[in-house]
Design a protein around this ligand. Structure first.
Ligand code: SF4
Length: 333
């Protein structure tokens, strides 16, 4: 049963309204900018209260339990609360139109609701919110509208883990599946490559809150995700110490029953620093896999290192930004 369908429409609306209040002195994400987004002020993410979706597509590039045979319906949110120099989605996360006209916010929520309903009509298994951390109130407004019009699909919250605990608590009982990417284990590395502070501490608290809400990801007999957390970790060149500490955190401070997706897809794009100016080696990836197995992580999802399957998205084609991802590039061992 989809989590939010167990809440009354009134409760869903109440959560959305409570979340929207946070925009008045924005602390939606850990930056806590204290700007009034309803009045058009902007903070680190550059977004006001209207909800901008760069692309809404049926997607087959996620882990097999999230893709099934019908795909996930992803809403790629515009802008981001991190500034990763190597972001493969930089066209929509960092190079979106900064003029940010004062769109009618209600209209933008209705558009996002319609996008979710359209994806449901296309037969996808789930609705994925991609990079949602800075726009949760808008997404909750949209979900409330979409549910009233018949949305029934479970929500996947696909974030960079730089999430505020207070915002995550508003999602308790609404999100079925959390898909956090745990990136760095050292704050100075996060500051250098993603221009944010206190990433390890904040992201770990966030992932523990997600885990408290839904536990480890459960996969049904058909191989489809039901509910829980699946942690992702992107292996970076020359950053294996960060990988080791992240794997230890997942196995020892969460649970070895939490499925882990070890991603090898890093490519030096956008403004990648010279120290990140190469793909990872087979040796680095195999070391990460060995550690994950030694730590007893029960379910691992791995990627091929073949470059052909890691096509970079092109959001200049918002209707089809991942043409090669019709071929699944993740498998479990
Ligand atoms: S959501 Fe945006 S404005 Fe709000 S605290 Fe985060 S970065 Fe700042």
């Amino acid at each position: 049963m989809t989590a939010y369908l167990e809440l009354s429409q009134k409760e869903l609306q109440r959560r959305a309204d409570e979340a929207y209040e946070i925009y008045k002195s924005c602390r939606v994400c850990p930056h806590a900018c204290d700007v009034n987004r309803i009045e058009g002020e902007t903070g680190f993410c550059g977004q006001i209260d209207s909800l901008h979706i760069s692309s809404s597509v049926k997607h087959f590039g996620e882990e097999p339990p999230l893709v099934g045979c019908k795909g996930v319906g992803n809403l790629f949110v515009t802008a981001c609360n991190m500034r990763c120099d190597y972001c493969q989605n930089y066209q929509i996360s960092q190079e979106w139109n900064k003029e940010n006209p004062k769109n009618n916010s209600q209209e933008s929520y209705e558009q996002a609701a319609d996008a979710m309903l359209s994806l449901q009509a296309q037969g996808v298994h789930f609705i994925g919110w991609v990079s949602p951390s800075h726009v949760v109130p808008g997404l909750l407004k949209s979900l409330t509208l979409a549910r009233a019009k018949g949305l029934k699909l479970p929500i996947i919250y696909n974030s960079n883990s730089y999430d505020a605990i207070g915002t995550l608590k508003l999602l308790d009982g609404i999100v079925d599946i959390y898909l956090p990417d745990l990136k760095y284990a050292h704050p100075e590395v996060a500051r250098e490559f993603s221009h944010i502070k206190s990433y390890p501490e904040i992201s770990r608290q966030a992932v523990l809150e997600m885990f408290r809400q839904v536990g480890p990801l459960k996969i049904n007999e058909q191989g489809l995700a039901e509910k829980g957390v699946l942690v992702r970790h992107l292996v970076l060149p020359d950053q294996l110490n960060s990988t080791w500490e992240t794997l230890c955190f997942v196995a020892l401070e969460m649970s070895s029953s939490v499925p882990l997706s070890l991603m090898s897809q890093y490519q030096p794009v956008h403004k990648a620093a010279s120290s990140l100016n190469r793909r990872i080696t087979m040796e680095e990836y195999e070391q990460a896999i060995t550690w994950a197995k030694e730590l007893g992580i029960e379910t691992l999802f791995l990627q091929s290192l073949e470059s052909k399957v890691h096509n970079l998205p092109d959001f200049n084609s918002p209707d089809d930004p991942f043409p090669l991802d019709r071929v699944r590039n993740l498998s479990n061992v």
